[in-house]
Design a protein around this ligand. Structure first.
Ligand SMILES: Cc1cc2nc3c(=O)[nH]c(=O)nc-3n(C[C@H](O)[C@H](O)[C@H](O)COP(=O)(O)O)c2cc1C
Length: 178
């Protein structure tokens, strides 16, 4: 069974999680924009995306590649300020095809937002959002930034890849980094 980690993102936290998962599993990492990525080479994918404005940034890429993706085993990880739960699940259901979600195992990871590193447009949108937010906690995060990056939070994803493997033909240990 061949698996790749495929991600998109702007400020590095989704990529950081992809690298940490790769270190544990040995799977190659591709930015979705990479010309070296050929989906036909893989029968399983770990797909990583940040959430911007209540949407997974990768939604359009998933729509474009839907037919191919439905033939593969998929683990989806999202990276957001919000924790996992019904709010985040609702954002996914609004933006991603139901057949894709039915075929994917989802894991919610929390990321990082350093306001000093945001582009001008993103910073402006975040500030406007925080002023309009009725949720005090979310608003403080938007105003001050946050850093929830946690290497240990990938453990359930690594475990899920091992289960994917046991459903495939070869041993998970073949791929696990020492
Ligand atoms: C412009 C912008 C919009 C965001 N919108 C949301 C959002 O709607 N919900 C949320 O939980 N987090 C939101 N975030 C937080 C990001 O999901 C978080 O910072 C993530 O780690 C960014 O991933 P990246 O570093 O890979 O780009 C937003 C961040 C930015 C910069």
């Amino acid at each position: 069974m061949k698996c790749a980690i495929v991600f998109t993102g702007t400020y590095g936290s989704t990529e950081q999680y992809a690298q940490w998962i790769s270190e544990k599993t040995g799977f190659p990492v591709f930015d979705i924009k990479s010309s070296a990525l050929n989906l036909a080479d893989f029968d399983s994918l770990i797909i990583g995306t940040p959430i911007y404005y209540y949407r997974p940034v990768i939604a359009r890429w998933i729509q474009r590649n839907l037919t191919k993706l439905l033939t593969k085993r998929i683990i989806l990880y999202t990276v957001s300020g919000a924790p996992g739960g019904s709010k985040l699940n609702g954002w996914l259901e609004e933006s991603l095809p139901s057949e894709f979600l039915a075929n994917a195992q989802h894991f919610a990871l929390q990321g990082r937002m350093d306001l000093a590193r945001l582009g001008l447009f993103h910073r402006m949108m975040i500030k406007i959002g925080s002023l309009r937010s009725s949720n005090g906690e979310a608003s403080a995060e938007e105003w001050n930034g946050f850093d929830y990056m946690d290497r240990n939070s990938i453990a359930p994803i690594v475990e899920a890849t091992q289960l994917l493997h046991s459903a495939g033909q070869d041993s998970p240990q073949d791929h696990l980094a020492a």
